[in-house]
Design a protein around this ligand. Sequence first.
Ligand code: SAH
Length: 250
Amino acid sequence: MTGWVKIVGLGPGSDDLITPQVSDAVAQASDVIGYIPYVARIAPRAGLTLHPSDNRVELDRARHALSLALQGHKVAVVSSGDPGVFAMASALFEALEDGPASWRDLDIEVLPGITAMLAAAARVGAPLGHDFCVINLSDNLKPWTLIEKRLQLAVEGDFAMAFYNPRSKSRPEGFARALDLLQMACGDARPVVFARAVSTPDEQISIVPLTEARPEMADMRTVVILGASNTRIIEGARRRIVYTPRSVLP
Ligand code: SAH
């Protein structure tokens, strides 16, 4: 039996937002590996072994997937959103690079998914319609000084920004510092979108001016989108639309 590893993105939450390609890979898999809440989204069936594991063991998980594939298993490694965005695809290739040469001959594929910021942006309009950048606000895997530098430079470049992992119970102060920095550096009331649990039954979206954004508005299930200086709001009868125009004229 020939094994394989497919690193798949399950999208932001709703089954409607899983691509057919990812559904097929999961249907053909003999093993599913991933963080507990993501593996919980996979329906059990005969012939499928689920391997849920705790957070922060990405490299162990990746090695497990590669060893199983070498033994002939068909392994789906699941991430939420897109597997290449702050998720398992990089972890798998890190393990591959440092692992036995035999792993490099394996059939390994990355299957994309809809990442949280795109699902969130679509809910409110088109805040990422012009140039934007994406920053992970967790300082678990990089120093806080680097996060601050990137925030400063992103403001200087007048990018819209999407922030992943904004605030956790173990890191309550980082997002407060990021907001302080952004409020000082931008100095205006551009819109901020707090999009929580997008496309799940717990979804909550709020749109506030940067001057009124507060740290408690975000948690680990929230992606935050900050507009660029020309991002604007259209007040509609049904809802507020946030968008960034396609052009910045000289
Ligand atoms: N690979 C994932 C991101 C993993 S990092 C992706 O592409 O979406 C985890 C962070 O993603 C969370 O802290 C949150 O910022 C964001 N996130 C994931 N799913 C989300 C959802 N349904 N709604 C809002 N934010 C989400």
